[in-house]
Design a protein around this ligand. Sequence first.
Ligand SMILES: *[C@@H]1O[C@H](CO)[C@@H](O)[C@H](O)[C@H]1NC(C)=O
Ligand SMILES: *[C@@H]1O[C@H](CO)[C@@H](O)[C@H](O)[C@H]1NC(C)=O
Ligand SMILES: *[C@@H]1O[C@H](CO)[C@@H](O)[C@H](O)[C@H]1NC(C)=O
Ligand SMILES: *[C@@H]1O[C@H](CO)[C@@H](O)[C@H](O)[C@H]1NC(C)=O
Length: 362
Amino acid sequence: MMFFIPLVLFAASLAAAAPATSSPVDQTTHTFSNSSSPVYFNYGGGRVLANPEITPIWYNVTKELQDDLIKYYKAIVTSAWMDIFTEYNTPTQTIGKGSVLPAINYEGKIQRALDDFIDIREIIRQMVREGTINPNQNSYYAFHVSPYTNVTQYDLTICYSGLGAYHGCAYSADISTLDCVPYGVIASCYFDDNPNTADSVAHGASHEFAESVTDADPGTGWVATIDGAGGIELADYCGGPNIPQDNAYGFVTDPSNQKWAVSGLWSGADQRCVVGKPKNPITRKPTTPKKDTVNAKINYGSPLQSIEITPIFYGPNVTYSSEMADTTILSPHQVTWTSWQNILLRQWGGESPYHLDLSPRL
Ligand SMILES: *[C@@H]1O[C@H](CO)[C@@H](O)[C@H](O)[C@H]1NC(C)=O
Ligand SMILES: *[C@@H]1O[C@H](CO)[C@@H](O)[C@H](O)[C@H]1NC(C)=O
Ligand SMILES: *[C@@H]1O[C@H](CO)[C@@H](O)[C@H](O)[C@H]1NC(C)=O
Ligand SMILES: *[C@@H]1O[C@H](CO)[C@@H](O)[C@H](O)[C@H]1NC(C)=O
């Protein structure tokens, strides 16, 4: 889900900037004021990133920040912070440590504003098409943006509306073997104290990474409904309004003794946010939810055996391929339509309408 800038973010930044002071890890038992305790996350059957591979994508961020973030990601993917993920294995996937792949510098024109649906997903899709990136089942793309570009997701602008960072999955079933490509968007803000250090974005960067590991395609992996709010992911429950703040963040120490701030992550076993392995045994075992079989019945008439589609594109620059691929229009989970789109693409460049047989699927 989205990462809203919590007040502790600033506390985390300050504390981490002074490595001599260790993290104020609260070990007391947390009692929720509301009746939602105990809180467990449930597995929805979707993909997790078993041995996550982080590829940072730089969108006009300084060399200084790039270097620091590489160190940051290398420190966290092999750290004990990752040990919480043993609680979020699935019946078919075991989450282990991760790795950091060479970063990619965005080479296109740098814009002053990027919209998630219009621009960022399309940049990722374009990188897949061009072969700049070749995502696999473990890939996670950390898209880091300079303070000189505003990023909006829906009607929220990162840094200016409480939104600190978010993650998503860019539809790619039509152009790769993956349904979608998991990515996080982490922008630096003008008001960061140290905008060119990983510390300035550490909380958001680790938050989105952790949630991509456990819920690669948001809403399909490990999520919870808490106090009526659905789609809560495990870092969401460790910081933010009305949710537990203890261990909302912590630190990991790399081999050179440098401390790096990380988001706390929810442990169902401990019923608290933790940095590292839960203290209590993990007793709950996830099951893969049964898929519903829906049988449709024709009331009258007869189903179409073949459908002739003749798209009419108005104007020279119809960006229909990404729009049609947009999962908000037609989810790939509902219909397998890769072939449909490929045919449409051919149709666009070709002369005659084609015949499409959808009947076996619909
Ligand atoms: C980003 O948005 C804020 C708030 O609307 C505005 O003040 C700022 O100038 C914008 N920055 C850029 C680079 O457009
Ligand atoms: C890229 O970042 C630099 C600072 O590192 C800034 O001066 C420049 O305006 C940015 N470019 C664009 C197009 O936003
Ligand atoms: C917790 O309960 C209080 C009082 O009933 C309510 O005002 C508040 O919104 C609740 N918090 C959440 C997260 O539901
Ligand atoms: C179509 O796209 C090209 C290249 O981006 C641009 O130069 C041209 O102005 C666009 N035409 C219209 C009508 O938008």
